[in-house]
Design a protein around this ligand. Structure first.
Ligand code: FAD
Length: 441
């Protein structure tokens, strides 16, 4: 595969981000016999929960099934926005964007942006944090009009600092006429996902919090009086359990598994570009995305030399032979000047969707959970971990709007997303029809 077709000779089927931090188990830390809080899952959510618990004087352990950073947290696009995408759900039900709940969620999402920014500053995390904003391209004029309707709400409730940019001015944001204009969000940022992960992990380790890699949680028994958490490397007794397994939630918590839909998302990184070309593509260095149902998201690498381009080339896991050419074609459709540019990395990760397209924290069967990033979990999972820790320590001075008793499930879904290929095809078909209609005027 390497050196053929779209693939550069040094192609690797793994995240570009792993060049800087590669998930590793490190020296294996023993699973302690007893702690106040056992956290299942060692991604951003689990680590942020641990950091805040420690700050509040509550001892805890992080239990991770695989190497540290194995999950989505070292695989993302690294775009950070202060607004949450409260979109259409798989069941067709959507939250009324004008409702009090939607406003509350947006306000908390804005707070999530502040939380991650503060954490990076306080912990001195060197992860290319750049507050250069975001541009979301409108796939059709109708989408442009719906984006425009949200501007006031996003500015009022989420302090997004956003405005609309018509198609005639689109080249201020990207060297392409591909979209029908779009929305600029100034209060948005980007980071290097694996270096942010490493920074959180270092912060947790500096405080002596045990982080146990290769310790898959196999069974959780007990209740409010106390829990026994059995891992592949021993048992721990805990007063509280936190589930932070997101798109990798498994059979240990079946009631949560049936509420989270793992959807594969795929990314490529290109070879280094000619410097003048690289500089011209996204002049303000924003993260880019669009309003398609099968959305794409892209940006320059932190050193400005490559394009990192993601999207749902498939809704399920697939090999780079399938996903890399598909993503490369999507990239060239947006930037024809990248024709012939080869791919050095291609990877996949699971994004956790929920049936109401909203992230959730709360309690299920007595266990705390933070789940369902819906594609914007870099800031959100950091935030929900922090909020969950405050709740456990009984020091929360605010009821987070992402905490609700209604974490929807569906009678047709028990954790096996058999319907995703069909949904993927349907969404692609609808996107194409919308675009064809737009072209006809
Ligand atoms: C390709 C891709 C692109 C993305 N792009 C963006 C983006 O640009 N911006 C953005 O904000 N978000 C993005 N996201 C989402 C973001 O990466 C995630 O929301 C976030 O990293 C989730 O963090 P987490 O800690 O909840 O989960 P994860 O990082 O997935 O960690 C969960 C961990 O739980 C572990 N686990 C599961 N079961 C067990 C068990 N039984 N015992 C022990 N451990 C267990 C898993 O091994 C895993 O390591 C993207 C995600 C993907 C996959």
């Amino acid at each position: 595969m390497a050196g053929s077709g779209v693939f550069a000779p040094d192609f690797k089927p793994e995240p570009y981000w792993w060049e800087a931090y590669r998930p590793a188990a490190g020296e294996l830390v023993d699973v302690p016999k007893a702690v106040r809080v056992a956290i299942v899952g060692g991604g951003y959510g689990g680590l942020a929960t641990a950091l805040e618990l420690h700050r509040l004087g509550v001892d805890c352990v992080v239990l991770e099934a695989k190497e540290l950073g194995h999950g989505a947290s070292t695989r993302s696009g690294g775009a950070v926005s202060g607004g949450v995408n409260i979109g259409k759900s798989f069941t067709g039900k959507a939250l009324d964007p004008e409702s009090d709940r939607a406003r509350g969620l947006l306000t908390d999402a804005a707070d999530a942006f502040g939380t991650i920014e503060r954490l990076i500053r306080e912990e001195n995390i060197d992860c290319f944090w750049q507050k250069s904003g975001r541009f979301s391209g409108a796939w059709t004029p109708k989408h442009y009009a719906s984006q425009a309707k949200r501007v006031n709400l996003l500015n009022d409730a989420a302090a997004s600092e956003c405005y609309m940019l018509p198609r005639e001015r689109q080249r201020e944001e990207m060297a392409s006429d591909y979209y029908y204009g779009g929305m600029v969000v100034d209060r948005a940022a980007s980071l290097h996902p694996a270096l942010y992960y490493k920074g959180l992990l270092d912060a947790v380790r500096r405080r002596g919090i045990p982080v146990c890699a290769m310790a898959p949680v196999e069974r959780i028994t007990g209740g409010d009086g106390g829990w026994t958490v059995r891992t592949g490397r021993g048992e721990v007794a805990a007063s509280e359990v936190v589930i932070a397994t997101n798109g990798y939630t498994g059979d240990v918590t079946p009631q949560l598994k049936r509420r989270v839909i793992p959807v594969a998302s795929h990314i490529i990184a290109t070879e280094e570009l000619d410097p003048a070309l690289a500089k011209s593509l996204i002049p303000k260095n924003r993260t880019l995305g669009d309003t398609k149902r099968v959305l794409t998201y892209y940006r320059m690498s932190p050193d400005g030399k490559r394009v990192v381009f993601g999207g749902r080339a498939r809704f399920t896991a697939a090999t780079p032979e399938v996903t890399a050419p598909a993503l490369q074609a999507m990239m060239v459709a947006r930037f024809p000047q990248l024709k012939g540019v080869r791919v050095t990395h291609c990877w996949t990760g699971n994004v956790a969707f929920t049936l109401d397209a909203t992230p959730h924290m709360g309690r299920q069967d007595g266990m705390h959970y933070l789940l369902g990033c819906n594609g914007s979990g870099v800031a959100m999972m950091t935030y929900l971990g922090t909020q969950t820790a405050r709740k456990i320590a009984k020091l929360a001075n605010y009821n987070c709007h992402f905490e609700s008793e209604d974490f929807p499930d569906h009678p047709m879904y028990s954790g096996n997303p058999w319907f995703l290929p069909a949904i993927g095809s349907w969404y692609r078909f609808r996107d194409n029809i919308d675009r064809a209609m737009a072209a006809l005027g």
